[in-house]
Design a protein. Structure first.
Ligand code: C5P
Length: 218
């Protein structure tokens, strides 16, 4: 067992990363950093600005001028406005994944995350937290699950929030995001070295937590 300062949780969309990260934060006294929320905020900011997301220069110009804040309670502010709920849509995920292709956008996010993490015990979830943002993290976890199970979880979560989506639509979106995240040339989604890989297919949060708890000093 170890007492890590930084815990990274990577994996594809819907693997259960943020649920696990929140639970670890609560139980072990860590600050939770949701790196995806920053890409979502930038994607959303670009949409509001009417930018074509394939136009790298236009995206960068907007991204560099956005003020993004990640509050300790997990809320996200974009230019001072609370966008926490607005960015948590299937469209928000795809917008995020598009702007996340650009290395310069990733640099903005990575700088912000490293700054927030200074001097704190943090648990961060994302796609490149253990491979790129914090390669020296003491504990790295990689969560995965079948695309169908991940789509089902997302579908149920979105239904609960009142979104009018179909399972097929969510599955398509999950597969598309996997493709974009795994194939981008810069900091793609990969299993980090030294990571503990947990397949959460068919497992409850409690079961996953009990596997993780064995790794962390209480
Ligand atoms: O985790 P979440 O679903 O909020 O992430 C949204 C998108 O942001 C991902 O599909 C991915 O393209 C991008 N992302 C990333 N690197 C991270 C976190 C998220 O590229 N560390």
């Amino acid at each position: 067992m170890i007492n890590p300062r930084i815990i990274t949780i990577d994996g594809p969309a819907g693997a259960g990363k943020s649920t696990l990260a929140k639970e670890i934060a609560k139980r072990f006294g860590y600050v939770h950093l949701d790196s995806g929320a920053l890409y979502r905020a930038i994607g959303y900011g670009c949409k509001l600005a009417g930018v074509n997301l394939k136009n790298r220069e236009a995206v960068l110009k907007v991204a560099e001028n956005l003020k993004i804040e990640l509050l300790p309670d997990g809320r996200v502010l974009l230019n001072g406005k609370d966008v926490t709920e607005k960015i948590r849509t299937p469209e928000g995920g795809l917008l995020a994944s598009q702007v996340a292709q650009f290395p310069e956008v990733r640099e903005i996010v990575v700088k912000l995350l490293r700054k927030i993490a200074e001097g704190k015990k943090i648990v961060i979830d994302g796609r490149d937290a253990g491979t790129y943002i914090f390669p020296n993290a003491e504990l790295k976890i990689y969560l995965t699950a079948s695309p169908e199970e991940r789509a089902r979880r997302r579908y149920e979560e979105l239904k609960k929030k009142g979104f009018n989506v179909s399972y097929e639509q969510v599955l398509k979106e999950v597969i598309e995001r996997d493709r974009q995240d795994e194939n981008r040339p810069f900091a793609p989604l990969r299993v980090p070295e030294r990571a503990f890989v947990i397949d959460t297919t068919g497992k409850s949060l409690k079961e996953v937590l009990s596997e993780v708890e064995k790794l962390i000093d209480p």
